[in-house]
Design a protein around this ligand. Structure first.
Ligand SMILES: [Fe+2]
Ligand SMILES: [Fe+2]
Length: 310
């Protein structure tokens, strides 16, 4: 099974926004985003990434949040249209919200993200879902993909997140379910669970209960955690706590970044899972509009050993 991982698309679609909608938090965030983000993030780059993924033999696509900038209906609609272009999207896509998808209390309260992406939040184990729709679980071949919500409407200049206590409890129960026992377990959550070499847990943009979430996932022997938020390629490893083995914690970076050096340019990952274990992580990098994405980095965890011919 091969899982594609895109993230932090930050689709900008503001044509139908009235100025008064920028009052409150959007006044600061909106102006800032208009000045900076519109130059940096491009939906055309996301379309190129999806074209590349379609040609790379990927079975499933995970999107780890921040699909929008201001959580506007117009942005969600534009992002939903791009996702719908994925072949068999309703069964091949898992998506969770980021802090930008809960940018205002209104967007969070009315469940705007959940309304636009309800097709991708349907759970194969609905008995564990809370009212808002999380945690959800997609069972595909020998893999279970569990989606968590860390989105939080925050004050100005804050991008913090939190997985609600009751949601984490439900996720723990779900991960204990018999039907997940022999499967490779993937959890998707927008905020990072660990600091990496370039990102400490900054006070104003961290996951407030990161330690608690990470400990729970390690206790439940999660194999792979996929996140976004830092816009930075990162592959971290920690031991599982319930059995021998490794929990990998990975971010591809922002997929929609149009230019810049390889650190900043658009990226997506592909995880190959073979015989119930992570075999390889490939990272692909946006090079130019002419050439699209190219292979950038690969980390092999398990070499396939050919049986010697008799
Ligand atoms: Fe982001
Ligand atoms: Fe974020």
């Amino acid at each position: 099974m091969r899982i594609g991982h895109i993230s932090d698309l930050h689709i900008l679609a503001i044509s139908d926004v009235r100025p008064w909608e920028y009052l409150n938090k959007r006044l600061v965030g909106g102006l800032n985003l208009l000045l900076n983000r519109s130059k940096a993030h491009s939906s055309v780059v996301v379309e190129r990434a999806l074209e590349a993924l379609a040609s790379l033999d990927v079975d499933h696509i995970v999107i780890s949040g921040d699909l929008t900038n201001l959580a506007l209906d117009s942005e969600f609609a534009a992002a939903a249209e791009i996702i719908r272009s994925i072949e068999s999207a309703s069964t091949r896509v898992s998506v969770v919200p980021g802090n930008h998808d809960y940018y205002t209390p209104g967007a969070a309260k009315e469940g705007r993200f959940e309304r636009h992406f309800k097709d991708y939040l349907k759970s194969d184990l609905p008995e564990y879902q809370l009212e808002r729709g999380y945690p959800f679980c997609h069972l595909r071949d020998d893999v279970a993909i569990v989606g968590l919500n860390s989105g939080l409407a925050t004050p100005w200049l804050f991008a913090t997140g939190k997985v609600a206590e009751d949601e984490l409890e439900q996720a723990a129960r779900l991960l204990d379910d018999e039907r997940l026992k022999s499967r490779f377990k993937v959890v998707v959550v927008h905020h990072p669970l660990m600091a990496d070499e370039h990102h400490r847990f900054n006070f104003n943009r961290r996951l407030l209960n990161a330690d608690e979430v990470l400990t729970t996932l390690r206790q439940k022997n999660v194999d792979l955690v996929l996140h976004g938020h830092n816009h930075y390629l990162s592959v971290l490893q920690v031991p599982k706590l319930g059995e021998p083995g490794t929990t990998y914690v990975c971010e591809a970076g922002s997929t929609s970044m149009e230019g810049g050096d390889p650190v900043m340019a658009g990226k997506f990952n592909i995880y190959t899972i073979e015989d119930g274990a992570l075999a390889e992580i490939e990272t692909h990098l946006f090079e130019s509009h002419e050439s699209g994405f190219r292979p950038f980095r690969s980390e092999v965890f398990r070499q396939r050993v050919e049986e010697p011919a008799e």
